[in-house]
Unconditional design. Sequence first.
Length: 455
Amino acid sequence: MAYVRTVKTSSGATAVQIVWSSRRGSRSIEHLGSAHDEAALAALKAAAAQRLAAGQTELDLGVGGPSGSAPLPITSSQAAHLWDALCRAYEMLGFDAAARGDPVFRQLVLARIIEPTSKADSLRVIEETGMAAASYPTLNRRLPHFAKRAFRQALSSACATHAALGPASLVLYDVTTLYFETDTADGFREPGFSKERRLEPQITVGLLADAAGFPLAVEAFEGNKAETATMLPVINAFKAAYQLQDVTVVADAAMVSQANQTAIEAAGLKFILGTRLTHVPQVIAEWRDKHPGQEIPDGQVFTQPWPATSAEKARGIPDRVIYYQYRHDRARRILRGIDEQVAKAEKAVAGTAPVKRNRFIKLSGATKTVNRELEAKARALAGIKGYTPTSSIKARSSSSTPTTSCGASRRASACPNTTYRPARSITTNANPSRRTSRSCSPPWRSATGSNAKPV
């Protein structure tokens, strides 16, 4: 998009410029010259029009003016097709109904699609499309209404309706930070952990999207608020907006603290969390002791009860069960990364490469060595991923006699999508000939074979 603008200079002249803007919001300005009178200004504007129309042919409409007459002036223009298409998409998403036909909100939304810019400059974008833009005071008066929770929830509900969310839909949540070029914090814009490593005041923004990336809800938090403290308010608002009863949170361990786990259960939510692994789990160590030299089968699931201590029970933390899964492809990728990091560590220790951040370099004073103990532990954990479901996610009882994937038939009060666990600690499907082994998928592997309904 390009347009001609005039700017007053410090000398009192009028500069004529062509502004070239891209879809990403970047601009380049071409200065044509400065005029000190109306005749010079008209000449510069004509030159700018020729510059914009360079390489473009004119459509002969067969309307000829009198001989020697000047071309007919253009009184107005409209990007009607673009505006009509955006308005149609806006209505299909349900935003027009959610905003109750508010024209100012529609102009703000569509202007940001045409050219991402500030709220004040959005009015200029609307005018360039040929539409009558709202005044800046009107825009400022409407902003408090747009910031109300009821208005945002109506938009979020429209997004959920368009995304056709069901009782077993998957939604994704992530956060980011937006910084402000100011040195003064105000209680909302506060310095905090910045992914861009900036020191300016910032805010934390949480986005909820469906599996295809379609946005469902957005919330803003104080800049010094931890990521783990933002998830529960967004989920509760999501439940209230869509009147959901059964919600299961699936998250990495870094996103949910122990306090969050307790708060999630207290709010009536379920969760499935990735588990931090600092050492080889006991159940896997026992399997390797019983099967020396054998590689763990791809997709193998280990189940280990994790009773709560008396102190944890006093804090309301119940007994848990941890599921460990091994994947060949995951192990291959992790081992390749370990090989690369160890090779860099060896070069740094030998002095042939600079010492950079590397977890396999062990520093003891001025002595550098390769941490072989850490390397061995990392290789032993390669391919293993742990999952901890909330205590409310339980296997369904079954009165039938299920048949294991390895052919062993045995009674168990477990659904076909859970791992059978005997009275001791672990069960595996490593050796089909062993009568103590059984294998099924963990409860989060299939939405149809479990009472848990991921949202």
